[in-house]
Design a protein around this ligand. Structure first.
Ligand SMILES: Cc1ncc(COP(=O)(O)O)c(C=O)c1O
Length: 393
């Protein structure tokens, strides 16, 4: 089954009780029990709810996994997974990582005695060298937010297996449509479903998928005891949003490729980060593990002043935190997604004051290109320009 068919038919799509073609909202905290001592599927919605179960079955099927879990946010999903580890454990994470994950590692995980070493994601040797006797997991985010750095998923997953470690990936940017980490050997896949999976900027949600039944048991326990479940209405919205993900992603990614090439040629732009450009340092690895450059890119203007002028001049993309909506979204990582990362750490990661991130929506490409062109025309050319080649990879 190809993706669009799978998104419509590839999981239990009818309500088992009524045959309703849209899974109903089972807006109930508790369920009448057949008998005081008789087990049944649903007893209390923190433990399980039919609407949530429908979404969990859907994401498991679409990621090609056995067990799915729906959380109150991407961060609830990430923290529930990472709190599987305990005091004394050590994790290796990529250096270029979502700001919330970095803050989680540097605050909560640290407080619980879980140490993290950050490595240059593009260097397989760095992952290996960072492993110590206490290491329990490798945590990947590829392409990373906001610099679109690429980690070789197969190599990291193989390394994890050889050393008896768990491999975890944040697959938010690619979605299961463009990248299937479980098939590349990864143990746990995490999504901020707030983004492309839901796709309409109206829900905050997180999803986790694994094939490993033991890990699944641990994740289910975390979900139940931490209580970080996704509410039924949001489960329903994500289920509905996911049905059109294939169409949305195809349109957005095709436009993103065009925009990346356009920005790479623009004299006002210093550099473009998009793994679909052949000049991107991770382009070959990315092409070996994903089927598209995706719908997010970032690019650097000369400085903060240029960013402010550009952001004031663009008319179509909304200026906002987040990504993955039907509307294009322009973000400024320094004060938005990565504001919680200390300035010196941001600089170390390469998140400069000139960096903007663009999540490309489903608007017509010609309109987005014209809008970006008129906004750039108001800036003077960047002093030094180091753009990747503009040919698609
Ligand atoms: C790559 C990535 N992972 C995780 C998250 C956190 O997700 P949420 O905002 O749904 O908690 C985000 C949010 O922007 C993200 O971009």
């Amino acid at each position: 089954m190809d993706i669009n068919t799978q998104l419509i038919h590839g999981y239990p799509v009818f309500d088992g009780q009524t045959g309703a073609s849209s899974i109903p909202l089972y807006q109930a905290s508790t369920f009448q029990q057949g008998g005081i001592d008789q087990p049944q599927d649903f007893t209390y919605s923190r433990f399980g709810n039919p609407t949530r179960q429908a979404l969990e079955e859907a994401i498991a099927a679409i990621e090609g996994g056995r067990c799915g879990f729906a959380f109150a946010s991407g961060m609830a999903a990430i923290s529930s997974v990472l709190l599987l580890f305990e005091a004394g454990d050590h994790l290796v994470m990529c250096k270029s990582i979502y700001g919330g994950t970095f803050t989680l590692a540097e605050t909560v995980l640290k407080r619980f005695g879980i140490r993290v070493t950050y490595v240059d994601e593009a260097d397989p040797a760095a992952w290996e060298q960072a492993i110590c006797p206490d290491t329990k997991a490798l945590y990947l985010e590829t392409p990373s937010n906001p610099l679109l750095k690429i980690t070789d998923i197969r190599k990291a997953a193989t390394l994890a297996k050889e050393r008896g470690l768990i491999s975890i990936i944040d697959n938010t940017f690619m979605t299961p449509q463009f990248q299937s980490p479980l098939s590349l050997g990864v143990d746990i896949v995490i999504h901020s479903a707030t983004k492309f999976l839901n796709g309409h900027s109206d829900v905050v949600a997180g999803l986790v998928v694994t094939n490993d039944l033991e890990l699944a048991e641990g994740i289910r326990q975390q979900q139940t005891v931490l209580g970080s479940i996704l509410g039924v209405e949001d489960c329903w919205l994500v289920l509905r949003g996911m049905k059109t993900m294939g169409l949305r992603m195809a349109q957005s990614a095709a436009t993103a490729q065009q925009i990346a090439a356009f920005l790479a040629a623009a004299p006002q732009v210093r550099t473009v980060h998009y793994p679909g450009l052949s000049g991107h340092p991770g382009a070959a690895v990315h092409a070996s593990q994903a089927t598209s450059g995706g719908a997010v890119l970032s690019f650097e203007l000369a400085d903060r002043e240029a960013v402010l002028s550009f952001a004031a001049a663009v008319k179509l993309p909304i200026t906002a935190v987040s990504l993955g909506g039907v509307e294009s979204i322009l973000s400024y990582p320094a004060t938005m997604s990565h504001a919680c990362v200390p300035p010196e750490e941001r600089t170390k990661q390469g998140i400069t004051d000139g960096l903007l991130r663009l999540s490309v929506g489903i608007e017509d490409a010609c309109d987005l290109l014209a809008d970006l062109q008129q906004a750039l025309a108001q800036l003077t050319p960047a002093a030094s320009k180091t753009v990747p080649a503009a040919t698609p990879s």
